[in-house]
Ligand binder design. Structure first.
Ligand SMILES: Cc1ncc(COP(=O)(O)O)c(C=O)c1O
Length: 378
C-alpha cells in the first residue's frame, strides 16, 4: 500500500485544519433536531441579502454557462470609484479569505515571521503553517490586538503583521491613533494587513480606515474588506483587498482563474448600491449589542464590548459544555477552544427574536452544571 503522506511537504503535517461554524443542515442531520435552528456561529447577516442582489442573480442565471469575466472589471471599477483608488490597487477574490491566501503565497518563505493577536482570525495562523513560517502570537488580558507589543516583535524576519480590526473573535478594536502609531514604528519593515471584514459595524469615536492610511502614503498597508458580512452574501464568496499596485498584480497573477464567479460579480455590484439594506443591517447589530450586553450583565457574565456583529463571552470555566448544550437545543455558537480560549465563546448577534431565544437557552445551559467542568478540554 502506498503511503501517500510520504509525498507531502513535511511542514504541512503541522497545518491545523480550519474549523468552520456548523452549518444548519449538519446540525439537523447529526442531531436529528427538528425545531428552529439558530446559526449564531459565523457572523453572517441575519437579514439576508439585499433584494437587489437576488434580482441581479436571477437576471444573470441564464448566462452561467459562460465563464465569468476574469478581470472582474465592472466590480473593480465600482470599488475604485467608491474608495478613490486606482483599479490596479484592487484584488477581488473568492471571499476575502482568497486574498489572504494569495498574500501568504506571494510573500511567506520558510522561517519568515508573521505577527498576529491571540486570539485572532485563525486563517492567519493556518497561512503561517502552510508556508512553514513562524507565528508570533501576541495575547492580551483584554483580548485585544496589542499593537505596542506587535511593534516590539517586528524583526528583520517579519513579513506580515495581521491586524483584524475589529478582532475576530473578540470584537476588540484598535483606534486610528493606535494604528497610526504602530505604522510609524514599523515604517516599511513589513507588510501590515488591516482586515476590516466588520468595518460597517464599527461605531468607535476614533475609527480607523486602512484605505485612507494607504492613500495617505503608507504603501505597506493592505486593507481587506468582504461582502460576507453587512452585505449579506457570505454564500456567494466575494471579498477584496486594496494594496500597492505591484503587490496587487502579483496576487492577481497567482489567483486561480475565474475564482470570482459571475453570480457573485453581479450580486455584489447590485448589493453595494442598496444603502438602505446596509443601514438596516448595521442598526440591527447595534440594537442587538445593547440588548445582549444588558442580558449578560444581568447574568453576571463577563464579555468584551464589541465593534463587530458578534460578542465574545468569557464564562471563567471550560465553556465547551455550554456550546454543546446550546447545540443540542438548536443554537449554534462558536466555542472558544477553537481559538485557543476554552473558557470563552463567540456569539453572533441575531435579530431580536433570535437573541431572545439564545438568552433563554443560555439561561437553561447556565442552570445545569453542564459547563462547569474544572478540567479544560483543549
Ligand atoms: C476577520 C475576518 N477576515 C476575513 C474573513 C473572510 O471573509 P470572506 O467570507 O470574505 O472570505 C472573515 C470571515 O469570517 C473574518 O472574520
Amino acid at each position: 500500500m502506498v503511503d501517500v503522506t510520504s509525498f507531502f511537504r513535511p511542514h504541512l503535517k503541522k497545518v491545523r485544519p480550519y474549523v468552520p461554524g456548523k452549518p444548519i443542515a449538519e446540525v439537523q442531520r447529526e442531531l436529528g433536531y427538528v425545531g428552529e435552528i439558530l446559526k449564531l456561529a459565523s457572523n453572517e447577516n441575519v437579514l439576508g441579502p439585499s433584494p437587489l442582489a437576488l434580482e441581479a442573480i436571477k437576471k444573470e442565471l441564464p448566462n452561467i454557462w459562460l465563464y465569468p469575466a476574469d478581470s472582474v472589471y465592472y466590480l473593480k471599477k465600482e470599488l475604485a470609484e467608491l474608495h478613490g483608488v486606482p483599479v490596479e490597487s484592487i484584488v477581488v477574490g473568492n471571499g476575502a479569505v482568497e486574498v489572504i491566501y494569495l498574500l501568504a503565497q506571494a510573500t511567506l518563505n520558510p522561517g519568515d515571521e508573521i505577527i498576529m493577536g491571540q486570539p485572532a482570525f485563525m486563517i492567519y495562523e493556518i497561512m503561517a503553517q502552510m508556508h512553514d513560517a513562524t507565528r508570533i502570537a501576541i495575547g492580551h488580558p483584554d483580548y485585544r490586538n496589542d499593537l505596542k507589543a506587535f511593534a516590539e516583535h517586528v524583526s528583520d524576519r517579519t513579513k506580515i503583521a495581521w491586524i483584524d480590526n475589529p478582532n475576530n473573535p473578540t470584537g476588540s478594536y484598535c483606534s486610528k491613533t493606535e494604528v497610526l502609531e504602530f505604522i510609524e514604528q514599523v515604517d516599511d519593515r513589513c507588510l501590515v494587513v488591516i482586515d476590516e471584514a466588520y468595518q460597517h459595524f464599527v461605531d468607535h469615536p476614533d475609527p480607523c480606515d486602512g484605505i485612507e492610511l494607504f492613500k495617505n502614503g503608507h504603501e505597506n498597508i493592505i486593507t481587506l474588506r468582504t461582502f460576507s458580512k453587512v452585505i449579506g452574501l457570505a454564500g456567494i464568496r466575494c471579498g477584496y483587498g486594496i494594496m500597492h499596485p505591484e503587490l496587487a498584480l502579483m496576487l492577481d497573477t497567482l489567483r486561480i482563474n475565474f475564482s470570482v464567479n459571475s453570480l457573485a460579480q453581479v450580486a455584489v455590484l447590485a448589493a453595494i448600491k442598496d444603502k438602505e439594506h446596509m443601514v438596516k443591517s448595521r442598526q440591527l447589530v447595534l440594537d442587538g449589542r445593547e440588548y445582549l450586553y444588558g442580558q449578560f450583565d444581568q447574568l453576571g457574565l463577563s464579555y468584551n464590548e464589541t465593534q463587530g456583529n458578534y460578542i465574545w463571552v468569557d464564562f471563567g470555566y471550560d465553556a465547551k459544555g455550554i456550546s454543546e448544550f446550546l447545540l443540542h437545543e438548536g443554537v449554534i455558537i462558536r466555542p472558544g477552544w477553537i481559538f485557543g480560549s476554552p473558557t470563552c465563546a463567540r456569539v453572533s448577534i441575531g435579530n431580536q427574536h433570535q437573541n431572545e431565544i439564545f438568552i433563554e437557552k443560555l439561561k437553561n445551559a447556565l442552570k445545569t452544571s453542564v459547563g462547569k467542568s474544572k478540567q479544560l478540554s483543549v
